[in-house]
Ligand binder design. Sequence first.
Ligand SMILES: [Zn+2]
Ligand SMILES: [Zn+2]
Length: 133
Amino acid sequence: MDCPVCNKPMIILELNKVEIDYCPNCSGIWLDEGELELLYSIDKSENDLRKLFEPTESEKEKSYKCPICNKRMVKTKFNNSDLIIDKCPDNHGFWFDKGELDKVLSLNANTSAQKVLSILKEMFSYNKSQEAE
Ligand SMILES: [Zn+2]
Ligand SMILES: [Zn+2]
């Protein structure tokens, strides 16, 4: 699958037993349908996680195409914050620009989300130390 921003192949990373697509070029993260719930270890059928993503108009950010169906993604506002997350109109998944997944997880954190956050932090400090070499 290619990154919707740079059109370069993404790599698969394992995050708390959930496989996510990560772009090494722009540090963006794609989550397939249902993977956000997996990161939160909650049951998709009985959660209102996706209700926290409200469609919004954002002129500031460029819109990208869903890496699965190639439809233009919609901008959603997360939990009344100023975070704008791209979402496929056909619910194939969510696109998080660099650092946005961390913010979503920390804004709406349960035990599982906190664990994922600490894994993310480790991954990024690992990347940094590699760059320094
Ligand atoms: Zn990218
Ligand atoms: Zn799609």
